[in-house]
Ligand binder design. Structure first.
Ligand SMILES: [Zn+2]
Length: 252
């Protein structure tokens, strides 16, 4: 299995061990700095470097193949972002990162929009994949803005729109996006993810846990996959959301 969105830097070694033993081969860790940055770009740069330089090794000790996505999370949007963009360009060129992410809009401020657009332009120019966050609050409303900005700035085939649920899936299902389903306490239960897959098919979707500093379940991907199996879904279809879709999208 591949867990396509998590935050390794706020999780324990025990989680990595549990994930690997439960059948997760690869996970993608995204950037999100949970504290105040006070518009100091060096704080964010240090955080991004820490993810890149330490987390894959820490997870690797337990067998987990950890890939890295880096970017400016909307909650970390900052004005002086030149050094971050220089670093992102370098990481893309050196193939240090698998995608730019997670990026997007959260509170939907003008600064968030500016930083989001700039990162989409960089992704489009470098043909990088992007992982896009949609917020917990006003999800549908903000998703509409995200969709408009994305379609104006980047090829939708490079894009995962993440944390989609039953209320928002109709907004993205007819576009060329890949769609992320996040099974996490307070966000979405296994049953809701399965209802979406049952209704819309398995071709466009990825699964993830988004384990972070918030309430999380490191085993939510295996739990979803094994529930699909127990309910008798086709093995080939299950394999698409468990593994194949992520493997081909991210070239893992
Ligand atoms: Zn996240």
């Amino acid at each position: 299995m591949i867990d396509t969105h998590m935050h390794a830097d706020s999780r324990s070694s025990e989680d990595f061990e549990k994930m690997f033993i439960s059948g997760i081969d690869t996970a993608i860790t995204c950037s999100y700095y949970p504290y105040k940055i006070d518009n100091i770009p060096e704080i964010l740069l240090n955080h991004l470097n820490r993810i890149l330089n330490f987390e894959p090794r820490r997870a690797g000790e337990y067998g987990l193949d950890l890939r890295v996505a880096l970017g400016i999370h909307p909650a970390n949007a900052l004005k002086n972002n030149e050094i971050i963009f220089e670093a992102l360009e370098r990481w893309i060129e050196n193939r240090d990162i698998i995608a730019i992410g997670e990026i997007g809009l959260d509170e939907n401020t003008d600064l968030e929009k500016e930083v989001f657009k700039k990162q989409l332009e960089l992704a489009e120019d470098s043909k990088s994949k992007v992982i896009i966050h949609t917020p917990r609050k006003n999800k549908l409303e903000v998703l509409k803005d995200i969709k408009e900005i994305v379609l104006e700035n980047i090829n939708p085939k490079l894009v995962v729109i993440d944390h989609i649920n039953l209320n928002t899936v109709e907004e993205v299902i007819d576009e060329d996006f890949t769609i992320g389903l996040t099974v996490q306490p307070q966000k979405m239960e296994v049953e809701e993810a399965i209802e979406i897959l049952d209704k819309y098919g398995f071709d466009k979707f990825l699964l993830n846990s988004d384990i972070s500093n918030k309430p999380s379940n490191p085993l939510s991907v295996p739990k979803t996959v094994r529930t699909l199996k127990r309910l008798g879904y086709d093995k080939k279809e299950i394999n698409k959301v468990a593994f194949e879709n992520a493997k081909s999208f991210f070239n893992i």
